[in-house]
Design a binder for this molecule. Structure first.
Ligand SMILES: NC(=O)c1ccc[n+]([C@@H]2O[C@H](COP(=O)([O-])OP(=O)(O)OC[C@H]3O[C@@H](n4cnc5c(N)ncnc54)[C@H](OP(=O)(O)O)[C@@H]3O)[C@@H](O)[C@H]2O)c1
Length: 211
């Protein structure tokens, strides 16, 4: 698959190696070209501008801070349809750190806002519940892999599922309206991490029926 990474921070560096290791064709872009260049060198893949990465990608990982969402999508040309037909996996979170309330855009979750702004894209929400260090070195919990809740349209979920399987056990929770719940759950985790909890010991433990 041709995978574009929009963002060159912690989550990008934690998730992309699993897809590269599986043989996918990955290109990295970010707001700051030097950072994207450094990450692509570290990962041994190509880099490009956000617009080039958007044009390249069949699947994109959007891994940017929520305050940078507008700038990132603008630089990617998303309102002009550069991500049309692309499955965009959004791992972002949006929280007011003052009172740990959820940020919304006219009632929309972050993932819904991405789909709203990125004309023609199909967004999947995934990976937002755990610290980047958990994704960097996925481990097992009581012998079972971490369950990874994800949501989006049926078509988008079917595209994202094999990529999620490279990091954990996908848990299909339905359409993109469910992203608001994942983003709310993450606030509990962010608060725990802010109070000093160790990242690698912090994950919602969603057990499968046979796990
Ligand atoms: N870190 C975690 O453990 C974790 C876990 C789960 C979910 N998340 C979520 O995943 C997303 C990415 O997190 P991260 O830790 O990878 O973030 P990060 O390392 O701080 O930065 C990721 C990217 O966001 C861009 N960015 C930051 N502020 C920006 C702004 N004001 N305007 C435009 N671009 C901006 C950065 O661009 P520059 O390089 O130019 O600064 C960078 O490419 C966030 O929504 C976060 O809430 C993070």
């Amino acid at each position: 698959m041709k995978i574009g990474i929009l963002g060159s921070g912690m989550m990008a560096s934690a998730i992309a190696p699993h897809w590269i290791g599986a043989g996918h064709d990955v290109v990295v872009g970010g707001r700051t070209p030097e950072r994207a260049q450094q990450l692509s060198a570290d990962l041994g893949v190509e880099h490009g501008t956000l617009a080039e990465v958007a044009a390249f990608a069949d699947v994109a990982l959007l891994a940017v801070r929520s305050e940078g969402l507008g700038e990132t999508l603008d630089l990617a040309g998303a309102s002009r349809g550069t991500l049309a037909g692309t499955t965009v996996i959004d791992c972002g979170n949006a929280v007011h750190l003052g009172d740990y309330s959820q940020v919304r855009w006219d009632g929309r979750s972050l993932a819904e806002e991405v789909e709203f702004r990125a004309v023609g894209s199909k967004v999947v929400k995934a990976f937002n519940l755990c610290h980047a260090d958990v994704w960097r070195t996925p481990t097992t919990y009581g012998g079972a892999p971490l369950r990874v809740p994800f949501c989006g349209s049926e078509e988008a979920r079917s595209v994202a599922r094999p990529l999620i399987e490279l990091l954990g056990d996908p848990l299909d929770i339905g359409d993109l309206s469910q992203a608001r719940h994942l983003e709310a759950m993450a606030i509990i985790m962010i608060r725990a991490l802010a109070s000093g909890q160790t990242p690698l010991r912090s994950a919602f433990n969603l057990l499968s029926a046979d796990g």
